[in-house]
Design a protein around this ligand. Structure first.
Ligand code: AHR
Length: 647
């Protein structure tokens, strides 16, 4: 009985906060909440890049990966032969030579990425063959199969007889049924010789219906965050496990056959999740990344290799006298993004279809690099870039974690150099995120800006199946994010990491958005990012308890902004207590109307999944908001975004 009474008292206890809507502290940077895209967990190939044929150009190290010959494998003896032309064509090293004599019927079956191809009944799919005729006489027939091997689509393709040079020929095919685990079979009939360089299959319901484009469901999720920036393409893939595998943006633009494929660092970097066939086709390349930024309204933040490979891996360092091509790539990238169409790289951008500049204002030099070699390389990059593009803001790394010698060394070097933006990464426990909502309170306001470039609360170790995107991790990130918002004077950008993961092709946990070949779902962590970003406001204002920032008193974390455009006060309040808690706000202005509240709440272990994609998501309620004293009850374990009209 006694226990019950004290619990009720607790439950009814009221915490009072003052909100000073007229005391503008700092403008909210337009870039504050953004996204970080890396091709990890099949984020690009097999993910947002909507190509359905894995190893479409037979260029994988094992050229028959994802393919089977049909009806049997002995057909590799003489009928299907992989030709390796890498000595003369590094970018497109292999193709399939098909030689049928006498007349016969054979085929190539592709199993798609991971679980197979997802076909939608009635949707048109574009199939493209890149081939050349050697001896004419072959006919092509295309079949789509369901998971239980029923034919659910077919079409014939009359090859162009005159195509002695490489040619791309397209056709369409429309499934009569839906399946989540389908296959594609390309049949060759007759007698003749054909060289086949690519078999490609895309749905037509891509984002903005672009041919060869991106999965609309996944891009929509990015768009719905209203991200201030998009950091791309990584992450460790920028560095590569060896310097030869580093990301080279010039290899990722123009015709697909010019985009030199690389084995992803994620193919073998995670012991418990080896994915040897994880190749980067660069179908999603730098032009497409810039286009994506434009589509979703995000400021582009590309990251380039600084002449060092991953320091957890081969840790190769390019000697200073060989660094010129790396610096040249950075300068050319800026010209590609922003140069007018009379410049070499601006002209290339225009030829690809975008004469207007992409308005790139920031560039990352290096990913998780550190140490004196990085400091030395960075200085050379910085001097050259700033000499030509003084306004370009450079993002500099501090390694892979905080407050360790690697970090403190880089941090002091970068501060002494008055770096533009310092990138910090945090993968830690929910408790750490809650305890560190005050991290930036003491940062020098006149020093470099901070980019919290990668962060995610971990419920278990990275890469563990038990490392869940649950409500606990999401709310703890929200606590930390109130600290970022309060400190927008010094933190100019932040992004969760990683962004995407295929439910059967992942290497890393946790991740913001999960998908299979058919569907996708948002995690509670996604909703936290979205709630902060779409409610970022324009100006930070003080929200205080007893004159202090709210960083855990009464299990509550909170921050506030006003939006000068909509004339609203927006309060973000996290209640980490196991019971509902009454909150009172004392405003410096009188309001009248209704406050709306978007709340993310539930049990701490709650997660979403492909089967239950919306088990947990924000719910909207309202309460009367009249006068200067407002009251609101925050549910147990909840993030609440409260919006109040000021006039
Ligand atoms: O986000 C996953 C990885 O974490 C990134 O590639 C790397 O920068 C960090 O170590």
């Amino acid at each position: 009985m006694l226990l019950l009474v004290s619990f009720q008292k607790l439950a009814l206890a009221q915490d009072t906060y003052t909100v000073q809507t007229k005391s503008i502290q700092v403008k909210v940077p337009s870039t504050l909440w953004g996204l970080f895209f890396e091709d990890i967990n099949r984020a690009a190939d097999g993910g947002v890049y909507a190509e359905m044929v894995e190893n479409r150009s037979f260029d994988f190290p094992k050229p028959m990966a994802a393919w089977e010959t049909w009806p049997s494998s002995h057909l590799r003896d003489g009928i299907f032969m992989i030709i390796n032309q890498s000595a003369e064509n590094k970018a497109d090293p292999k193709y399939m030579a098909i030689n049928l004599k006498p007349a016969d019927t054979v085929g190539l079956m592709n199993n798609g990425f991971d679980e197979g191809m997802a076909f939608k009944k009635g949707l048109v799919y574009n199939l493209t063959l890149r081939y050349r005729q050697v001896i004419t006489g072959l006919h092509v027939r295309i079949f789509l199969f369901s998971a239980n091997n029923h034919v659910i689509g077919k079409t014939d393709l009359a090859l162009n007889k005159d195509s002695k040079a490489w040619t791309n020929q397209e056709t369409t095919i429309t499934p009569t049924d839906s399946t989540g685990k389908g296959k594609l079979l390309v049949i060759f009939e007759g007698a003749g010789k054909l060289d086949l360089d690519r078999v490609s299959l895309f749905p037509t319901d891509t984002w903005k219906q672009r041919k060869g484009g991106l999965r609309a469901d996944l891009v929509q999720k990015l768009y719905d965050v209203h991200p201030g920036f998009l950091r791309f393409p990584g992450g460790c893939i920028v560095e590569g496990n060896q310097i030869v595998h580093r990301y080279q943006w010039k290899h990722t633009i123009g015709p697909l056959e010019n985009r030199e494929m690389v084995q992803s660092i994620w193919a073998d970097d995670v012991d418990q999740r080896p994915t040897p066939d994880y190749m980067e086709s660069f179908g999603l390349g730098f032009y497409e990344y810039f286009q994506l930024c434009e589509d979703i309204g995000a400021s582009p933040l590309p990251v380039i290799n600084c002449g060092m490979s991953c320091q957890f891996d081969a840790a190769e360092v390019v000697p200073i006298n060989e660094l010129e091509p790396y610096i040249g790539d950075a300068l050319d990238l800026i010209e590609f993004a922003n140069g007018d169409t009379t410049t070499t790289w601006g002209k290339k951008r225009a030829e690809l279809g975008h004469p207007a500049p992409f308005n790139m204002k920031m560039l990352g030099v290096g990913n998780e690099n550190w140490g004196p070699q990085y400091a030395e390389h960075l200085k050379l990059f910085t001097d050259r870039i700033k000499a030509k593009y003084p306004d370009m803001k450079l993002v500099n790394a501090t390694g892979y974690s905080r407050n360790i010698p690697v970090f403190t060394y880089m941090d002091s070097v970068l501060r002494a150099r008055h770096a533009d933006i310092i990138d910090e990464h945090f993968y830690d426990t929910p408790k750490w995120f809650m305890d560190n909502a005050n991290r930036y309170d003491s940062y020098d306001r006149s020093g470099p800006k901070i980019f919290v470039g990668e962060y995610a609360a971990q419920s278990d170790r990275i890469g563990s199946m038990n490392n869940k995107n649950n409500l606990l991790t999401a709310l703890s990130e929200a606590c930390f994010m109130t600290g970022i918002e309060r400190n927008a004077a010094v933190v100019s950008m932040a992004s969760y990491a990683p962004l995407f993961a295929h439910v059967s092709g992942w290497q890393w946990t946790p991740n913001l958005i999960w998908f299979n070949n058919e569907k996708s779902y948002n995690t509670p962590n996604y909703y936290v990012q979205q709630l902060f970003s779409v409610n970022k406001g324009t100006d930070v204002v003080p929200l205080l308890k007893d004159g202090k920032a709210v960083i855990g008193q009464d299990s509550t974390w909170a921050s506030a902004v006003v939006d000068q455009n909509t004339h609203e006060l927006i309060i973000k309040l996290v209640n980490m207590s196991s019971h509902a808690s009454k909150k009172a706000f004392r405003l410096d202005v009188s309001v009248s109307g209704t406050a709306t509240v978007a709340s993310l709440t539930g049990d701490l272990g709650d997660v979403n999944s492909i089967g239950s994609p919306e088990a947990i998501k924000p719910q909207t309620t309202s309460f009367p908001a009249n006068g200067k004293n407002l009251e609101f009850t925050a549910k147990a374990y909840s993030l609440n975004v409260i919006k109040i009209k000021l006039k």
